[in-house]
Design a protein around this ligand. Sequence first.
Ligand SMILES: Nc1nc2c(ncn2[C@@H]2O[C@H](COP(=O)(O)OP(=O)(O)O)[C@@H](O)[C@H]2O)c(=O)[nH]1
Ligand SMILES: [Mg+2]
Length: 363
Amino acid sequence: MGIHEDIQEVEEEIKKTPYNKATSHHIGRLKAKLARLRDEVVKKSASKGGGEGYSVRKSGDATVTLVGFPSVGKSTLLNKLTDAHSEVGAYEFTTLDVIPGVLEHKNATIQILDVPGLVKGAASGRGRGREVISVVRNCDLVVFMLDVFQNYHHGVLTQELYDAGIRLNQKAPDVVIKRQDRGGVTISSTKDLELSDDLIKAILNEYKIHNAHVLIRESIDVDQLIDVIMGNRVYIPAVVVVNKVDMADEYVLKKCKSEYPGATYISADKEKNLEAVKDLIYDALDFIRIYLKPQGGPADMEEPLIVRKGTTVGDVCDHLHRDFRRKFRYSQVWGTSAKHPGQRAGLEHVLDDSDLLTLIIAM
Ligand SMILES: Nc1nc2c(ncn2[C@@H]2O[C@H](COP(=O)(O)OP(=O)(O)O)[C@@H](O)[C@H]2O)c(=O)[nH]1
Ligand SMILES: [Mg+2]
């Protein structure tokens, strides 16, 4: 029996098993098996060649991908927001290569990638899906673009990305699995868990992990545990933009807004609400501003360094010069991340918005 039949069989069994306390263990094991089989398929199709996917040189302070079905208006939006000239067409699949554009907004330089229409089956390698997926996996923010008349696309697209190991608007579970040589599986947790120890062990068993320390610091479900074991998941924020509102009557618009209250409603072609899209992207990227202050001198308050939230002193070193991390001696920090003004800080120190930073680098 082939792997695709195996997958189908497990999927069907999950579907026909009612979920309750008595069956949760069984379903958990089936889900683990399913994830393992699907991963095998993805690995197989990846090893068939066809290259590593698109190699798009990253540039700017962050990279954003526009994800949507063909003809929703991605190229139109890219052209309006950036300096790019992506071909716009009224027919499908006009965009066959990744087109990068650069958006300058509030001191940030943001790379936006218009990727070929992501369609169902992409995760399993259909069409150019695998290449698109590799671009999405490496970006900092997903902007879903929907047509106001076809917002069901959103469900299809998120499922497709989920199957490809991309977790949107989700944090990496706070779980550590340390493999051991012997001693079986031991589980410690700081929170009450939904999952029983038996089920956790059974799932680890599915992945041939028989000896390990598992430290769980938040309540997770079976899918999250599998994500941790697989180890190849990426966690990316996502936002939704609904396009072509110029075509929609009040009824259609109202319905769409009730289904996607958090979305930003625009007309790329008629240039309606495009400033809101810029702000949306900027805010979702969680930028912070760092003002560099030369030793003994005043800080440069005109041109802050734009970096992502969570950036460390070491990251700033990397950003400025390839030798800075190696030659780093110490730094001084003023602002909310500092315990006191001018606190000395090492490479691991995490900076806050509006911090002033002095780097002391050996010559
Ligand atoms: N009515 C209307 N048409 C739009 C809008 N944005 C794009 N279009 C049209 O939709 C078609 C597909 O646009 P395109 O940018 O090529 O879509 P892509 O395939 O997602 O890149 C083109 O004919 C565009 O002119 C919009 O806001 N309103
Ligand atoms: Mg296009």
